[in-house]
Unconditional design. Structure first.
Length: 143
């Protein structure tokens, strides 16, 4: 089992069906953390799952809401930006995460992200730093 970074295929289809709304006042998106030893997240992931989700102080099942969800154009590429996310005073180890839509029925998956290895915090902040919303750097981009 592994975590592979990918925009979920089901998300691409759901975009064409108008399922996801990234605009202000639109859907609520969350980020959940997973253990790489037992998690299986990749392009085929279709929804949030509790299987292999991390547990520990400072982390609640389901993860946390993403804020400052901002869709913009970066040249001819559409991108979405999020504010960095911190799990404060956390004692957890995670190897990746899943961004998912918490508003829609079934909590549909958006993107699986590998951290490239296990990352740990011990009674400290566990922070997800999102890249700049550029055509080549944004975590979610449609070219």
């Amino acid at each position: 089992m592994a975590i592979t970074s990918a925009i979920c295929t089901s998300f691409k289809v759901e975009l064409l069906k108008g399922v996801h709304n990234f605009s202000t006042g639109g859907d609520s998106f969350k980020l959940a953390l997973y253990s790489g030893a037992t998690a299986s997240l990749d392009a085929s992931t279709t929804a949030y799952t509790t299987t292999a989700e991390v547990a520990g102080t400072g982390y609640t099942a389901g993860g946390s809401a993403l804020t400052n969800v901002t869709p913009v154009a970066a040249g001819t590429t559409a991108v979405v930006d999020f504010a960095d996310l911190t799990f404060a005073t956390a004692t957890i180890t995670a190897s990746g995460c899943l961004i998912y839509n918490d508003t829609e029925a079934g909590d549909p998956a958006v993107a699986a992200i590998s951290f490239g290895g296990a990352k740990t915090s011990t009674a400290g902040d566990f922070t997800i730093v999102f890249p700049s919303p550029t055509a080549t750097g944004a975590i979610i981009r449609l070219a």
